[in-house]
Design a protein around this ligand. Structure first.
Ligand code: CP
Length: 310
């Protein structure tokens, strides 16, 4: 039977269902096993991915490239578009057609909200978002949800606490909407008023009757958290005065972890600045460097295989 992923764009978590998520997570489990046992396979031999990154990236770019290579495929890598004809003024619509001519799938990160949808409308091959400004980062949400499922087995009765600079942090927009698919989940958002959840995300959660609350004090909710998801002030998207205001507002230390459950986890999309003290890295509950990041490669391997091969 043809997978609903096959040939489809993935530009927002809005397109997900519990069924499509389950199919992807099962495939990611298989990819993890493939990598652990033999490094990779050849299911994408003869296929090519164009990676068009208009913004800096280490994890998303690196894991997409590795995912394609581990599956036997090739890559057109643009980390920064200054060496492409975009620098001569080529439009996004034309860029879509250029790389559609050479690749089987396009992966783009771009600072403009909605730009990935514009690329998808003009491309002749499937398009995957690697982040669009302060809009969405849907593959980050996939790997975050996959990590939570791997750690807890399910989302049933989980309490997810998301803390920090939420207003300009695209992984939060995608993760909150994705987690809303799971009944029985509770979410708490902790931020100063200037950095609170985007209004569209709040409205979305309200429209889905999600059990969520908003706080300024982390201590209101941290002891009950199963997942503490920490965010970084997005220097690249906010004025310098606002950035300075965001710095140091919430810093997770070993004292924070002393208040948390023994069976909880601490996550971060990374990169981090000072919002998680380095001393926290040694706690087994801190999985951002040990598990979460690597899961991104398995999930992106699964995504590329499902979109290209079905
Ligand atoms: N999490 C994430 O998107 O990291 P990069 O910016 O390094 O890709």
């Amino acid at each position: 039977m043809k997978s609903t992923w096959q040939g489809a764009d993935f530009t927002s978590v809005d397109s997900l269902t519990l069924e499509t998520l389950s199919e992807l997570f099962d495939k990611a489990d298989v990819m993890k096993q493939v990598v652990e046992e033999k490094g990779g396979n050849n299911v994408l031999a003869g296929r090519v991915m164009a990676a068009l990154f208009y913004e800096p990236s280490s994890r998303t770019f690196g894991s997409f490239v590795s995912a394609m290579q581990r599956l036997g495929g090739g890559v057109i890598p643009f980390q920064g578009m200054t060496a492409s004809s975009v620098a001569k003024g080529e439009s996004l619509a034309d860029t879509a057609k250029v790389f559609s001519s050479f690749a089987d799938v396009l992966v783009m990160r771009n600072p403009e909200v909605g730009s990935v949808d514009t690329l998808a409308k003009n491309a002749w091959v499937p398009v995957i978002s690697a982040g669009d400004g302060i809009g969405e980062h849907p593959t980050q949400a996939l790997l975050d949800a996959y990590t939570i499922r791997a750690e807890f087995g399910s989302f049933d009765k989980l309490h997810l606490v998301i803390v920090g600079e939420l207003a300009h942090y695209r992984p939060v927009n995608s993760l909150a909407k994705l987690v809303a698919l799971f009944p029985g989940v509770k979410m708490s958002f902790v931020a100063f008023p200037e950095f609170a959840l985007q209004p569209e995300v709040r409205k979305f959660l309200q429209s889905k009757n999600v059990n969520f609350s908003e706080h300024v004090e982390l201590d209101d909710v941290v002891a009950d958290a199963d997942v503490l998801y920490v965010t970084r002030p997005k220097k690249e998207f906010i004025p310098v005065e606002l950035y300075r205001l965001a710095l140091g507002k919430y810093v997770i230390t070993t004292r924070t972890l002393e208040k948390m459950k023994k069976k909880s986890i601490v996550m971060h999309a990374l990169p981090r600045l000072d919002e998680i003290a380095v001393e926290v890295d040694d706690d087994p509950r801190a999985i951002y460097l040990t598990k979460q990041m690597k899961n991104g490669m398995y999930v992106r391997m699964a995504l590329l295989d499902l979109i290209i091969n079905g």
